[in-house]
Design a protein around this ligand. Structure first.
Ligand SMILES: Cc1cc2nc3c(=O)[nH]c(=O)nc-3n(C[C@H](O)[C@H](O)[C@H](O)COP(=O)(O)O)c2cc1C
Length: 346
């Protein structure tokens, strides 16, 4: 099973990828959603969204938007930078995104309208001759609250006919919050459906890849998901990877006894120094994001990273009250002074 870092606005940026790469184990990095119209218009911060210096060959560009022409233009821009391919966000249920006609709104429009977007991006990928950025993928949910299997599989048939080859299912409905239990059996059903209906026609056995996503946060949950979804080809981890940037490496080790990742500064000992990891992330953030983003991106990181600690809400609250990065690290140092036994993970 391949392991994929999921797309998260404000989190799946080059700084986070850099930190993750120091631990290894990631097969693909989805970028945070990149707004097609802003990218095409040359927005002030857009260059930071398309940075690709870390493991460029593993990057998947996730695009979001609502205008056909902008999708094609944005696809041309990211495609030139290399990577594995382009993903279209058809699962985001944030109200402002849906209202704008993007994200999961694409699952609710007439299929022919959604197909046009895919066709235009597919066309750009097909024409790309300068590097290997060729694959078209879509990340989606089950649908809106009134979803039915019929509607869902009609949508899947349309994706297949438009040349989508990687399918990432986050098996929740539009309104289901991330704290709700996940129904992974839908990922297994989807994999079986695609492989049985279309797999035999594919020249390449790996032509279709079905990826499960939701609530995978450690080795145990990854192994349980693999057992539940044996037909799936990969696991996407989003929040869990921010909390534990070493999680991919741990899962890889468990799944593949031959997996070996060269030791680096960050994992040179047989233990993980949680203070050092936070400091490394802050440095990566400073080097890879504009100053205007430092505070908000660091806060977002600590929202999840603090879940590693016994008194998570207290330390999180202290850090979220800090306005600069140095004070955030100081708060963490204070915490470890009081709780030294929490600093090192064996
Ligand atoms: C802060 C945040 C931002 C997100 N942004 C995106 C996004 O840009 N594109 C997307 O497809 N999904 C986005 N998601 C959804 C995640 O990719 C993922 O589907 C969800 O968090 C469930 O996976 P997890 O349990 O591994 O976190 C976001 C989730 C979070 C928590």
């Amino acid at each position: 099973m391949k392991l994929i870092f999921g797309p998260m606005a404000t989190l799946s940026h080059q700084g986070m990828r850099r930190t993750l790469s120091k631990f290894g184990g990631v097969d693909e990095y989805y970028t945070e959603m990149i707004h097609t119209s802003s990218l095409v218009a040359g927005g002030q911060y857009e260059p930071y969204y398309i940075l690709n210096e870390t493991e460029n060959e593993k990057i998947v560009w996730q695009l979001t938007g609502n205008k056909l022409d902008d999708f094609a233009e944005a696809a041309k821009i990211v495609c030139q930078k290399g990577g594995i391919g382009i993903d279209i966000n058809m699962g985001c249920s944030a109200p402002d995104i849906v209202r704008s006609g993007a994200g999961i709104a694409w699952m609710k429009k007439p299929l022919s309208e959604t197909a046009k977007i895919l066709e235009s991006v597919r066309g750009v990928l097909n024409e790309n001759k300068i590097n290997n950025c060729k694959r078209l993928s879509v990340k989606f949910r089950l649908g809106a609250e009134d979803w039915t299997e019929k509607k869902f599989y009609n949508f899947i048939d349309m994706l297949v006919s438009e040349g989508v080859s990687q399918f990432v299912l986050h098996p929740r409905t539009q309104k289901e919050k991330l704290c709700r239990p996940i129904r992974l059996h839908y990922c297994e059903e989807l994999a079986k459906y695609i492989l049985e209906k279309y797999g035999t026609y594919a020249k390449d056995a790996n032509a279709f890849q079905i990826i499960l996503n939701g609530n995978i946060k450690d080795v145990e949950s990854a192994m349980a998901a693999q057992k539940k979804c044996p037909s799936c080809h990969g696991i996407m981890i989003a929040r869990g990877a921010v909390q534990k940037p070493w999680v991919f490496s741990q899962i890889k080790n468990k799944m593949n006894s031959e997996y070996y990742f060269e030791q680096t500064d960050i994992i040179s000992k047989k233990e993980i120094d949680l203070l050092n990891v936070a400091k490394v992330f802050i440095e990566d953030l400073k080097e890879c994001q504009p100053k205007d983003f430092w505070k908000s991106r660091a806060h977002r990181f600590f929202v999840y990273y603090c879940n590693n600690f016994m008194f998570a809400s207290q330390v999180r609250c202290n850090i979220l009250n800090c306005v600069n990065l140095e004070d955030m690290i100081l708060q963490l140092e204070n915490y470890f002074e009081k709780m030294p036994e929490e600093r090192f993970l064996k």
